[in-house]
Design a protein around this ligand. Structure first.
Ligand code: ADP
Length: 367
């Protein structure tokens, strides 16, 4: 039987559990032997109890729950070649030949690295007598399939990542709640939303909550001009009858000189130039919490099924793959292309080539 392991890694996101459930159950129904790896790469390196063979009932209750029951972690040791060799040893000992990783671009980059070094590790382990000749032959290849679990929606080449819809829904609920108290006191609220270096959550939250001003990393305002522009925009909203102001700041927001834009700075500008009573709210981890929306359950379930199919169809020549969704169709693409394109967005921002950064976000940022 083909043995396939699934793990969640990096930052957690709503819908990861649904993805794990889908992989396990589709694997079982397709005659595969599924394993769960606990705590991401940390569990893969530890082995033992952290890698467990599972059955249908072991993932009961996963579909509708947020977070990740099999836990996630960040693992420094996996970044080193010796750490990755330990991971190889644990997989070979169990005869696992395919790995499905639900995580962000960091986790998927690490997985691809593991695969690139696989043959070298197998040879070293064989030479040092850690594994037998038969094990080396049985485990001569490792297939990697990624599913993108990230609230940030920051991976190029997919329209949506697992968790982004739930995080956006939570942001909208929270901002709606702030709006009612803002109205009572005619206040301005400066709200920081997550997203790391991606402005997708902030942009879409701004559209869906009717924000007056927005700061995102892909479209930075001019260093010495944003203060004036923002104030006149807020004044405009007030002059047409609004008695509140809502400013959304992506956590990775910067100005055109790549200086971070912080909520406290924005508040300072509003108070100084407009005199509005202004409060800052950092939404924080509430954005990662709670139940997944229907969309994240649905996306993770369909993608889990596709990931198992990709494992079944794989040949030794197949590249590592990533499952995505483009124009409402589940896609399977080479993982390296997706990572390269994602890294390119960050590079273009660093080069201050903001129009290109926006263009590269084209699949997720509707123009
Ligand atoms: P995310 O997957 O959400 O982007 P991280 O970037 O923190 O989260 O990555 C999660 C884990 O993946 C890291 O703790 C590390 O073990 C592994 N990882 C990330 N980047 C690399 C890399 N370049 N090489 C090897 N492993 C990596």
């Amino acid at each position: 039987k083909l043995k396939v392991a699934v793990m969640t890694s990096g930052g957690d996101s709503q819908g990861m559990n649904a993805g794990v459930r889908s992989v396990v159950r589709v694997a079982l129904s397709r005659g595969l032997e599924p394993y769960l790896i606990y705590e991401g790469y940390k569990g893969l390196l530890c082995g033992g109890e952290m890698i467990k063979k599972v059955e249908w009932d072991d993932v009961s209750g996963f579909l509708t729950s947020g977070g990740t029951f099999i836990k996630t972690a960040r693992c420094q040791e996996f970044r080193e070649i010796e750490g990755r060799r330990k991971a190889v040893l644990n997989l070979v000992r169990l005869g696992i030949t395919s790995l499905i990783i639900i995580g962000g671009d960091g986790s998927l980059t690490g997985a691809d690295m593991l695969r690139a070094e696989w043959k070298e590790h197998i040879n070293t382990l064989k030479e040092t007598g850690s594994i037998t000749e038969a094990q080396a032959i049985y485990n001569k290849n490792l297939m990697i399939v990624g599913m993108v679990g990230s609230i940030d929606n920051d991976l190029a080449s997919t329209d949506m990542t697992i968790g982004a819809s739930s995080a956006l829904a939570r942001i909208c609920e929270s901002v709606d709640a702030l709006q009612s108290t803002a109205t009572s006191h005619s206040r301005a609220f400066v709200v920081e939303v997550m997203g790391r270096h991606c402005g997708w959550l902030a942009l879409n939250a701004a559209i869906c909550t009717g924000a007056d001003y927005l700061f995102i990393p892909e479209d930075p305002p001019t260093t010495n001009e944003w203060q004036k522009k923002m104030c006149s925009s807020l004044e405009n909203s007030r002059s047409v009858g609004k008695n509140t102001s809502l400013i959304l700041v992506a956590e990775g927001a910067i100005d055109s000189n790549l200086n971070p834009i912080r909520c406290e700075d924005v508040k300072g500008v509003i108070e100084k130039h407009l005199g509005y009573d202004t409060r800052v709210t950092i939404l924080g981890h509430v954005q990662r919490g709670g139940k997944p929306t229907f969309y994240d359950r649905y996306l993770a379930t369909l993608q889990g099924a596709e990931a198992v199919e990709a494992v079944i169809q794989a040949t030794p020549e197949s590249p590592s793959l990533v499952i995505g969704i483009l124009e409402n169709k589940i896609t399977t693409q080479p993982l390296q292309d997706a990572i390269k394109l994602t890294t390119q967005v960050a590079d273009e921002i660093q080069r201050k080539n903001f129009s290109m950064a926006l263009k590269l976000r084209a699949t997720t940022f509707i123009n």
